[in-house]
Design a protein around this ligand. Structure first.
Ligand code: NAD
Ligand code: ZN
Length: 424
């Protein structure tokens, strides 16, 4: 068992490291100490705590309920949803949904790895809360994120007589989150979606923010819709079965969040004992960071959401250069962040010491920071012109001038990127 895997196994043991609420206070404040949920508390998720909860703070009610709540405000009106974080939450899925919606038919969309592990407790919980559910399982892996698979799932739902009052639950990693969210966005012109992410990456990143969609021949995530979930349920016990390489992928996005928005979390990650990570508070903190950014720029219009692409320009190039095989998204982003740091040294004044600290942290979480010597680097450049940030011939590259902050730069040239990739 690797250090990272051991830390997932240690979830139930609690942890001395508290990732706390985000330090700048804009995430809400009002919450102190550990947000680690104990099994007993998780079972108490009920109507009272749902009614009491609004805004960011984790509320601790008289029965010691503690919930993670995010509230996102859109320019087009108000849209908010809860993110529940803790162990044992799978058993409470039915009750949690019942708080929001009248009993109706539910499609649980999952994959061939996750369904055998977790579909049964979810189904059981739904049944006891009065929901009739059908399980739709798709092959595990990125190859299921297609329009064709979307159509197949929709057809299956129609065959099962699901209708406009129905709900789609996505039970799986980011692939299932994106696919099920997209199905929910278009089935009967849009029905509610509940996300139950089962990978760390999905918990801290893909399940929140409302981006749903599938891949096209011309590239990843090119067909989709913004469709915010109605509820997100992060059961941290689920992480115990996650292979360590998948856990590392989640840490790549967590480290990205730290670099762009949270220097304090960066320091805590440097100190954290891999055998004893408090996942609940870590996930909460990352949900807050992403929620704050998305709330300010839901549709990627003013540049704030683009900051979440730190490391992704070169990262996507690396993924594309390998034809999405052999290297995971998180690993590619890890390499992309190293390249972005090298660009940042020249174009944003990032101190070399901080760049080295970032490389050390990525390595601590078993993420790659160097390309193999024989890697076809030219293919990375060939792929860059497809990247969204290069559209209209404009390069908008995310740089960091110091850990904890990032900005979009228009001064970065292809040559800068070429030099950084050359050094990888
Ligand atoms: P994934 O969904 O393919 O999951 C990784 C693997 O782990 C799969 O084989 C899956 O079956 C397995 N798995 C999942 N949970 C498990 C568990 N608890 N125990 C054992 N095995 C488990 O990949 P991912 O890394 O979660 O997500 C990557 C996807 O997310 C990509 O398609 C990416 O484009 C997308 N994404 C979307 C957003 C967004 O904002 N919508 C953000 C980031 C990434
Ligand atoms: Zn990513």
């Amino acid at each position: 068992m690797s250090g990272i895997q051991a830390s997932a196994a240690a979830i139930l043991e609690g942890s001395p490291v508290d990732f706390g609420p985000a330090s700048d206070g804009s995430g809400g404040g009002g919450s102190s100490g550990m947000i680690y949920l104990h099994r007993m508390e998780a079972r108490f998720v009920n109507s009272e705590c749902f009614r009491e909860s609004h805004g960011f703070p984790f509320r601790s009610g008289k029965n010691q309920y503690r919930l993670a709540v995010i509230s996102i405000e859109f320019r087009t009106g108000q849209h908010s949803y809860l993110v529940l974080i803790g162990p044992g939450l799978l058993e409470t899925v039915g009750e949690a949904i019942k708080e929001k919606l009248a009993p109706s038919r539910i499609a649980i969309v999952s994959d061939t790895n996750v369904a055998p592990l977790f579909a049964e407790p979810v189904k059981k919980s739904l049944t006891s809360a009065g929901f009739d559910s059908v399980l739709i399982t798709v092959p595990a892996g990125e190859q299921s994120k297609t329009l064709e698979q979307t159509g197949t799932v929709c057809e299956q739902m129609l065959q099962e007589s699901l209708d406009r009052q129905s709900i789609v639950i996505g039970l799986g990693g980011g692939v299932i989150g994106d696919l099920s969210g997209f199905v929910a966005a278009i089935f009967q012109r849009g029905i509610p979606n509940v996300q139950i992410p089962t990978t760390l990456l999905a918990m801290v990143d893909s399940s929140i923010g409302g981006k749903t969609g599938v891949n096209a021949g011309a590239g990843k995530n090119l067909i989709g819709a913004i469709h915010q979930p109605m509820l997100v349920i992060d059961d941290v016990e689920i992480l115990k079965t996650l292979p360590s390489r998948e856990l590392s992928q989640g840490f790549a996005e967590i480290i990205k969040h730290a670099i762009i928005a949270d220097a304090e979390m960066f320091r805590q990650l440097q100190d954290v004992d891999l055998n004893n990570v408090d996942f609940a508070s870590l996930i909460r903190r990352n949900v807050e960071i992403k929620a704050r950014i998305v709330a300010n720029d839901e549709r990627d219009r003013n540049g704030e959401r683009a900051l979440l692409n730190f490391g992704h320009t070169v990262g996507h190039g690396v993924e594309r250069a390998t034809n999405y095989q052999g290297i995971s998204h998180g690993e590619a982003v890890s390499l992309g962040m190293v390249a972005a740091c090298d660009v940042s040294i020249n174009k944003a004044g990032l101190p070399e010491k901080q760049r080295n600290a970032i490389v050390d942290l990525l390595q601590k979480f078993e993420l790659p920071t160097k390309l193999p010597p024989n890697f076809p680097r030219q293919k990375i450049f060939d792929a860059l012109k497809f990247d969204k940030k290069f559209e209209r011939g404009e390069i908008r590259f995310v740089v960091t001038s110091k850990i904890g902050s990032a900005n979009l730069s228009r001064d970065v040239t292809m040559d800068d990127i070429r030099t950084a990739v050359g050094a990888l």
